[in-house]
Write a protein that binds this ligand. Structure first.
Ligand SMILES: [Zn+2]
Length: 493
């Protein structure tokens, strides 16, 4: 039974281990760490910790780096966060993980991870928004920060373990396994912390209000609750109602939300992007041909949906799956099944460019990408695909010019600097290429590697001004490394 409880609770909210008392007394023999109150984990320290965890997380093979997915999920998260009560404590960043288990979690620093399996299980954008809203509420109410520093012994140990692993990574030991382990630990933080019932209820209620104000259908949260409890009990091969009756927390949470949602219908029209991202993830989450076959079955079934957005997205998902399987003709067939009723779709345009690039049809790819960029000037994914097409056509001048504008548009988007370095390098501009790579590493939190690239750049020039400019930057990063280490040392056991 414990396992069932645990599974369902994790499902309904990664952050609630209901059967574990939260305020454990500090057992004798557990050394106290130097943190005693939430004020010690200020938002900026929390962000630093989150950045350090994410630096490792991005290297996790299950991390989905597709900018299309992250940009969409993050836009939903930020749209909701605008309606959070009080001042924003963190900038929200939402990413997806390749994992069929239905789960979502919040990390320190405003990072929220959503498993691909959870997104695939939703059947409307409001359902997905309800999960993101709940996690955003945990972040904004500073439940993570408070939980790690105050509430429980497990929070302390967790934080100490992460700090230890991150220190090893910062030392440049290059121990990837260690770093990934730290990410795994971090992903489990909220599960291990076991938020209080009040915290869970607060996250539900605030999440619901944010949903309402952001224009989503509040009933999405109720649908999600029942969908999750059904799928969890199916997994356990038990009747769903048994669990729902015997688990007071979930019943309590559900009836609390039920009372608040009310009967008034809200007409939320799903963003078409939701359906296409969901279909992309159904294709992307398959790890082997068996899972691909299973995903194809699901998508095939959805091509018969009465919802035309879902139908079109399912054909796109099948096309994307065929692209992954290196079956371009099949991919094109599925693309042709997409009706024009939803207009032009950024995801479909991107896939057409990728297919052209794969076929070495570079001129055609660039033509398609030029039109796509004109149609989707706010899509990071299309921007990157356009740069790839330019680079394939050896048009590095235009790639650099384009990237300079995109860097002004999205200064925090690390991939832009990586692409920029590629073109600069091909033009023999080695110093600038290394500086650009240094920025890429700085943005992804890999400070020691950033310093390495700047040092290489410094060694390539005799120009006094360039040298001293680089020296300033190198010193700045080294100082940051020292202060990051000092911070993490405080959390070590
Ligand atoms: Zn929660």
């Amino acid at each position: 039974m414990l396992n069932v409880v645990r599974k369902l609770v994790i499902v309904i909210c990664a952050a609630s281990l209901a059967w574990q008392p939260v305020a454990l007394a500090q057992p004798v023999g557990i050394p106290s760490i130097g943190v005693t109150s939430s004020s010690d984990l200020s938002p900026s320290l929390e962000r630093l910790l989150g950045d350090a965890i994410m630096e490792q997380g991005r290297r996790d093979p299950d991390y989905i780096s597709d900018p299309d997915v992250s940009q969409y999920l993050t836009s939903v998260g930020r749209k909701l966060a605008r309606y959070a009560p009080g001042a924003a404590s963190q900038k929200i960043t939402v990413f997806a993980l390749r994992d069929k288990q239905i789960n979502a979690f919040a990390l320190p620093g405003g990072y929220i991870g959503i498993n691909s399996g959870l997104i695939a299980a939703t059947e409307s954008e409001s359902e997905l928004a309800s999960v993101i809203a709940h996690e955003v509420a945990h972040v904004m109410q500073r439940h993570i920060a408070r939980g790690m520093t105050q509430s429980s012994q497990s929070g302390h140990i967790m934080l100490a373990t992460i700090a230890g692993a991150l220190l090893a990574a910062l030392a440049g030991s290059g121990d990837l396994a260690m770093g990934v382990a730290a990410f795994g630990q971090a992903a489990a933080i909220d599960r291990q912390l076991g938020f209080s019932r009040q915290a869970e209820q607060e996250a539900d209620r605030i999440g619901l209000e944010m949903m309402r104000k952001a224009g989503f259908d509040p009933r999405g949260m109720l649908n999600m609750f029942s969908r999750l409890s059904r799928s969890a009990s199916l997994n356990e091969g038990m009747g769903g109602s048994v669990y729902a009756r015997t688990h007071p927390l979930s019943t309590q949470r559900m009836s609390d939300i039920e009372g608040r949602v009310g009967q008034a219908a809200v007409n939320h029209k799903d963003n078409v992007t939701y359906w296409f991202i969901r279909a992309k993830l159904l294709a992307l989450q398959s790890r082997n041909s068996q899972e691909q076959t299973r995903a194809a079955e699901i998508l095939q079934r959805e091509t018969g949906s009465s919802n035309n957005m879902q139908r079109n997205a399912a054909n796109y998902g099948l096309a994307y799956l065929s692209f992954i399987q290196k079956k371009p003709e099949k991919a094109t067939e599925f693309i042709n099944n997409i009706s024009a009723s939803n207009g032009s779709i950024a995801q479909v345009d991107e896939l057409k460019i990728l297919l052209a690039l794969d076929a070495d049809n570079n001129k055609h790819a660039l033509d398609l990408a030029t039109i796509a960029w004109r149609n989707w000037p706010s899509s990071q994914s299309i921007a990157l695909t356009y740069v790839r097409a330019l680079q394939r056509n050896n048009n590095d001048n235009e790639a650099i010019r384009f990237l300079e504008s995109r860097i002004k548009q999205w200064p925090d988007m690390a991939e832009l600097y990586q692409r920029m370095a590629f073109s600069l390098d091909r033009q023999g501009r080695g110093i600038e290429a290394r500086r650009s790579m240094a920025t890429y590493y700085e943005l992804t939190g890999a400070l020691p590697t950033a310093v390495e690239h700047l040092t290489q750049a410094r060694n390539m020039t005799d120009d006094f001004y360039v040298k001293s400019e680089l020296d300033v930057k190198i010193r700045e990063l080294k100082d940051r490394l020292v202060s990051d280490r000092a911070l993490l040392e405080r959390f070590k056991l």
